[in-house]
Design a protein around this ligand. Structure first.
Ligand SMILES: NC(=O)c1ccc[n+]([C@@H]2O[C@H](COP(=O)([O-])OP(=O)(O)OC[C@H]3O[C@@H](n4cnc5c(N)ncnc54)[C@H](O)[C@@H]3O)[C@@H](O)[C@H]2O)c1
Length: 462
């Protein structure tokens, strides 16, 4: 797999906007120790959370310059780890060196996997988000660079904790990538650059849609009794706010993130409406998860500009999966299809017609895989010892997404500050869980979990 070097324009745009400045500005003028893998310049990787994305991220990592090696893996399910190992090994025979003794099962597996690394190696965190801060904290302690998937938090307390951890990582000169890959799409980077240069004027409103059928583990029937309730909830993480922030956080964060990036700011407040039509599965069992099936959130920025975000998990309804920005001079199709699907394009006026077209990103067939690019950028920062820390923007995107979910679930207006300073932690003691721990949310006698009740539960989501 090859990806061309980004054009210098794109590279400049990336440096200007990608958030690498977080680490750089905070620490300018201070000489930091270089953190390179000791004893070898061949980077070693540990994969923690060996599901679909973890396997994909490892493949992206192993495809980078220098032929990094996968040396350790951890999961809470043996079958997941085995499947992931076989899949990665089939693609990168010579770069996978994970004998049985470096495959770890259990909630402490992350420690053992990280302990297999040398300072300056890389850990990949692709479990559901509840464990991000736990794993990140240990990687920082051990001097390990990190790639972690989005979202990174679902609540106020862990957002505050992750912001602090992000600063610590920069203080130790660790490089941290967060899987908000839209910002690494070269097409979207050029769009960002054009918007900063005023091509569509000042942004006044934006729209994001992710409306689809029921996907992932968003809807769950009652716990079948095995595996234990904790492991079952983890295996159906989209259903539980403690594990993932629910369908809202997991599915809609990319649109929140890339639209706020184009606007160069985060909204200060929001309000939303939503609900759930279907609470009974086709076979007659109740759905017991904590999600709504429809969400519509109005975010407001400091300057009064709006971001409207619509999300839906409903079979039979109109599918829409795209995003748009509207400015005083024109508009942009940001993602034509998907989280950051090309082409991105700009138009004069407010209609995306052929006649109004100002610019469109290069042919979608030209290689521009943001999942590969985000690794290229992280690895390049490690090799060249450049400041690189995407944690702050990862936390802010997660927090703004949580704010939309919270506002809809409670039917209240919520400010960013209120969300950040909220005291409800959804997975307290995530660092102490063992294979036998009780699950963070318990079912009632009918097998039902607490769900949001807008207008009734107004101070907490559940
Ligand atoms: N950037 C993207 O476009 C993108 C796409 C898909 C998923 N993701 C993110 O990646 C993460 C994983 O999603 P997925 O689709 O791969 O889910 P998945 O269920 O396929 O994988 C998660 C894996 O983590 C394991 N796990 C859970 N808790 C663990 C723990 N404490 N220690 C070790 N392993 C643990 C699970 O057993 C599972 O194998 C989520 O945060 C998701 O939002 C991002």
């Amino acid at each position: 797999m090859t990806t061309p070097e980004p054009s210098s324009l794109n590279r400049r745009a990336f440096l200007k906007t990608s958030g690498v400045a977080v680490g750089a500005s905070a620490l300018s003028g201070i000489a930091l120790p270089k953190v390179f893998a000791q004893g070898s310049d061949r980077l070693q990787i540990a994969l923690i959370g060996c599901g679909g994305r973890g396997t994909g991220a490892a493949v992206n990592a192993l495809g980078q310059i220098g032929s990094p090696k996968l040396v350790a893996m951890a999961d809470v399910f043996q079958a997941k780890l085995d499947r992931s190992y076989n899949s990665i090994k089939a693609k990168f025979q010579d770069q996978v060196d994970v004998p049985e003794e470096r495959r770890f099962i259990g909630f402490d597996g992350y420690k053992h996997a990280i302990d297999c690394l040398k300072k300056g190696d890389i850990a990949i965190f692709t479990t559901p988000l509840a464990f991000r801060w736990v794993h990140f904290q240990y990687a920082i302690e051990k001097g390990i660079h990190v790639f972690m998937e989005k979202p990174v938090t679902a609540d106020g307390p862990t957002s505050r904790r992750m912001l602090e951890l992000g600063k610590k990582a920069s203080e130790k000169n660790l490089k941290v990538g967060v899987g908000l890959m839209s910002r690494h799409s070269h097409a979207m980077q050029e769009l960002h650059s054009r918007i900063q240069d005023g091509e569509i004027g000042d942004i006044t409103f934006m729209r994001g849609y992710r409306m689809q059928g029921v996907i992932g583990s968003a809807f769950s029937e009652p716990w079948p009794g095995e595996p234990n309730e904790l492991l079952w909830q983890i295996s159906r993480f989209h259903s539980f706010l403690w594990a993932s922030g629910g369908a809202f956080s997991d599915f809609y964060i990319h649109h929140v993130d890339h639209l706020c990036w184009l606007k160069n700011s985060w909204p200060v407040k929001c309000q939303g409406v939503g609900g759930r039509t279907v609470r009974t599965a086709p076979g007659g069992k109740p759905y017991v998860d904590q999600n709504f099936d429809s969400y519509s959130v109005e975010y407001t920025f400091e300057d009064g500009a709006k971001l409207f975000l619509d999300g839906r998990c409903m079979n039979g309804a109109l599918p829409l999966y795209s995003s748009y920005a509207h400015g005083t001079k024109g508009m942009a199709v940001v993602s034509k299809n998907g989280d950051c699907g090309r082409p991105s394009s700009t138009y004069k006026g407010q209609s995306p017609t052929k006649d109004n077209l100002l610019w469109t990103s290069p042919d979608p067939k030209i290689a521009d895989d943001p999942y590969f690019n985000e690794w290229e950028d992280l690895m390049s920062a490690i090799r060249n010892d450049k400041p690189y820390n995407e944690v702050e923007r990862g936390v802010m995107a997660s927090l703004v997404t949580s704010m939309g979910r919270y506002a809809t679930h409670t039917a209240q207006e919520v400010t960013l500050n209120e969300m950040l300073n909220h005291e409800h932690e959804y997975a307290p003691d995530a660092d102490k869980l063992t294979m036998d721990s009780p699950a963070p949310v318990k079912a009632d006698s009918k097998g039902l979990y607490p769900v949001p009740e807008p207008g009734i539960k107004t101070k907490r989501e559940y």
